[in-house]
Design a protein around this ligand. Structure first.
Ligand SMILES: O=C(O)C(=O)C[C@]1(C(=O)O)C=C[C@@H](O)C=C1
Length: 366
């Protein structure tokens, strides 16, 4: 980099400029935090049970940052910085507690931090239904659960939990999933004969494993983080896990990004008690029960097609109660407050045995 006069770079002068900019940034961030505190006062004055976390507003702020970002930082990088500033501002208003599918070091924890920032208090749960229970019981404000992977498909436990729950979806977050083969300081790299991982991760790295470790025993465990924990003490073992687990257990990479598909990603849902107002770019998820009769799928989809509503996902699950034969999980673009979406849903409700709106929520920004 050079200035317009092509004068030689003066490191001390540049650092002085950075110091001045940092002071100004600090002043502005503090001013913003002060504003957020005032927002909290306004919210509680209107309503003593006010909800402080506003997903629709956060999505708008992050979208604006990405649209207006002048560079040279990448838009997503800039949005991540603002994600953390907002997270800290929200913690000043009221710290929020988030339960996620644990243990510590899972991709779901990474998704929780990506969505809420590092000022949220995140608590690991042993199972997906426990995440639901903690939110329902009011022990935490929100929950984060995986719902679908681009390689392996839907996470059935999450869909099933929605059938019995009154919780709403308040957001989504998509995470690029990179798996690494990891070893500990006691592992002898040339003697790896056992590999631990979660069954989904094995499935996502099957070809790589067949090519590189065809004879190693593959031991399925409950999470990648558990796999990472196990290799700490076994000299002949390695684990497949992500960066968070590697960092948490201080493991080294034997091989990086070993997933068979480079676009491997997982979508997570944020679950909570509130319905979210429109953010401008939203998605809606519904669950619909239909009788087991010929033509039901056509009847269900026809109103979406006629109203030109863009469906982004359709999953079928067997009913768990006698009354519901077929249960369809449908995601589509739009918000229930939009008149066209409301009309489609009214029609679908008329044709279905039962229909539940799981939520309208901002399309994931980061
Ligand atoms: O706008 C609000 O309602 C705020 O509370 C401020 C703010 C922010 O820092 O921008 C903080 C938390 C909310 O989740 C959304 C936005």
């Amino acid at each position: 980099m050079s200035d317009s006069s092509n004068a030689p770079l003066d490191l001390a002068a540049l650092r002085q400029r950075i110091d001045t900019i940092d002071s100004e940034l600090m002043r502005l961030i503090s001013e913003r935090a002060d504003c957020a505190q005032q927002v909290a006062h306004v919210k509680t004055a209107d309503d003593p049970d006010a909800v402080f976390y506003r997903p629709e507003r956060e999505a708008q702020v992050l979208r604006r940052v990405m649209e207006n970002n002048p560079g040279p930082l990448h838009g997503e990088e800039m949005a991540r910085l603002f994600r953390e500033i907002m997270s800290a501002c929200l913690a000043l208003e009221k710290p929020i507690k988030v339960a996620y599918l644990g243990p510590e070091g899972t991709f779901t924890q990474q998704a929780a931090l990506k969505h809420f920032g590092h000022s949220a208090i995140s608590l690991p749960m042993a199972a997906i239904d426990e995440v639901f229970r903690e939110v329902e019981a009011g022990a935490v404000n929100y929950g984060v659960v995986p719902v679908e992977n681009s390689t392996e498909g839907v996470v059935n436990n999450t869909l099933d939990s929605f059938m019995d729950s009154g919780l709403h979806i308040s957001g989504e977050v998509v995470l690029r999933i990179h798996h690494h083969l990891l070893m500990s300081s006691v592992t002898r790299q040339d003697k790896i004969s056992r590999i631990y991982s979660h069954p989904q991760s094995f499935a996502q790295c099957r070809k790589w494993l067949d090519a590189h470790y065809p004879h190693a025993e593959r031991v399925a465990v409950s999470s990648n983080a558990e796999a990472a924990r196990l290799v700490k003490t076994e000299w002949h073992s390695a684990a497949i896990a992500g960066d968070m687990a590697a960092q948490l257990y201080g493991l080294d990479h034997v091989a990086e990004k070993i997933e068979d598909r480079p676009d491997n990603s997982t979508r997570f849902l944020i679950i909570g008690n509130e319905l979210v107002p429109p953010s401008g770019t939203d998605k809606t998820s519904v669950v619909v029960a239909m009788r087991n009769e010929p033509g039901v799928l056509h009847d269900l989809l026809e109103p979406f097609h006629r109203h030109r509503v863009d469906m982004t996902r359709l999953e079928t699950r067997p009913s768990r109660t006698g009354a519901w034969n077929y249960v369809f999980f449908i995601d589509f673009k739009g918000h229930i407050d939009q008149p066209d979406i409301a009309s489609v849903l009214a029609e679908v409700r008329g044709r279905a045995q039962d229909m539940k709106v799981l939520g309208s929520y901002p399309v994931g920004v980061l």
